[in-house]
Design a binder for this molecule. Sequence first.
Ligand code: ADP
Length: 305
Amino acid sequence: QPMSVEVKHLMKQYGIQLAVNDISFKLNKGEITGFLGPNGAGKSTTMKMITGYLQPDGGTVLVNGMDVQRQPIDVKKSIGYLPESNALYYEMYVSEYLYFVAGIKRLTQKWKHIKNAITLTGLELEKNKKIGQLSKGYKQRVGLAAALINQPDVLILDEPTSGLDPNQIIEIRNVIKQQGTDKTVLFSSHTLQEVNAVCDRAIIIHEGKVVANDTLQNLQHQKNDVATVLISFREKHLSVEQLQFNCVDKVEMLAPGHFKLFTQQEQLVRKNLLAFALQENLNIISLQSEQQSLEEVFRRLTAGS
Ligand code: ADP
């Protein structure tokens, strides 16, 4: 995969506060990367430095091999940026606003680009309305259209769905997913469901540092050493001691007949439980292993300091 954005040892300090503390990562073309972290983790600050809107105190950003600080204009040409609180001109008509943006970006063949951006974001029916008259979801589409107007190959989207209702969220996500097939997309969010629904990869940051950078699949399987197995028997008389097999670290009784087993050998525990039930003529109502959810991974990585 061709690498198109490379962030190396980025630093940013506000007064005495280190907002971004030595962040490095790479983004690949054709991949949507979720940029995840609790509020205040440093996501917006990092994005502003990638797009050249904020000078870093240290480190470099390369976009398609170009240094953002040395070639800010060239870099901006290949980036589409949707800031977190995107300022729109409510008195302007949608197409008028996009024409204005195309002008700022010094595009030639402005209407061709505007038409393309309108199509991509599904704004055909709204293009002659005033921005102020649009719903929040459609206002966000206008922001996206502005970000896409120069047909950038890198898209930096700062919390693009925040404040939208569930239907609007799905619509915006679909636009982003479409864009992600041939672009490099970095998409920030403080919620996991979001990243889970849209992204191939997630970079999790916490207090200005990268704490995880992996595919969603790998993050999900990045378990604690201990797995848990939940079992329920129809019989209520069983004791904790009876389930204390060699391969079980600890057994908890959740309720009569319901147990939680902690182990590092989940498969073996399941086999032992089935053999035990067969031997004692017990009825198993349910048997499941607890998969660590992405939510748990996120909480574990970003909990406390
Ligand atoms: P996120 O986008 O993850 O919510 P930010 O990058 O906005 O995080 O902020 C990171 C930290 O830097 C926060 O603690 C925030 O309060 C602080 N911060 C952000 N912008 C400024 C600023 N202009 N001046 C001072 N502190 C700031």
